[in-house]
Design a protein around this ligand. Structure first.
Ligand SMILES: O=C(O)[C@@H](CO)OP(=O)(O)O
Length: 190
């Protein structure tokens, strides 16, 4: 049996602004990104991949350095776009998109649409690095949607429990998810 391990890393803390692309980690975020590197230091990573958003890149920069790997940017691992405008009622909208997978606001992505592009990217990574250890720097919603595709227990409630950062290791036999292990533990909670 040839197993592929994928560590999905939800980025560390970043102070929210509408600048999705460039805003980086906060002071606490940088501290926690070091803990991410420590926790993953035993992993002999074959590839470090990231969303193009700075906060995701900065979270996996340390582990890329340790493994002497350049970070591969994958646009389709960016966070799902809830709305192109700053939404006045984030809570209402996030509930709505998770209640109804095809619901979207003009210019935004439904759960179905975001999951489709996240999964397409994820499956390409799985086949390109078959049998390897992969680290992916990404975001809360798109990470939950990817995990949800393989196992429905990863849902809105799961997303609500995800701290910044967080790390889940998914183990695959071919394209079958056979194990999920949370690597970011209570000891590391910030
Ligand atoms: O935008 C952010 O900093 C937060 C919002 O909660 O996380 P994510 O990128 O995982 O959506």
């Amino acid at each position: 049996m040839i197993l592929t391990n994928v560590c999905l890393v939800r980025h560390a803390h970043s102070v929210y602004t509408t600048d999705e692309l460039d805003r980086g980690l906060s002071k606490q975020g940088f501290k926690d990104a070091e803990k991410v590197s420590d926790l993953l230091s035993g992993l002999d990573a074959d590839a470090i991949i990231s969303s193009p958003y700075n906060r995701a890149i900065q979270t996996v920069q340390g582990i890329a350095k340790k493994n002497k790997k350049a970070i591969i940017i994958n646009e389709d691992l960016r966070e799902r776009l809830l709305s192109p405008e700053k939404t006045a009622d984030f809570n209402r909208l996030i509930h709505k998109v998770w209640e109804n997978p095809s619901f979207y606001v003009e210019g935004g992505e439904s759960n179905e649409v975001a999951q489709r592009r996240g999964i397409a990217a994820f499956q390409t990574v799985l086949s390109n690095f078959h049998g390897g250890n992969i680290v992916i720097g990404t975001h809360g919603n798109i990470m939950t949607l990817i995990m949800n595709y393989f196992d429905a227990q990863y849902d809105f409630k799961f997303w609500q429990t995800l701290s910044m950062p967080n790390i889940y290791q998914l183990t695959f036999d071919q394209d079958q998810l056979i194990n999920v292990h949370r690597i970011w533990g209570d000891r590391e909670q910030s």
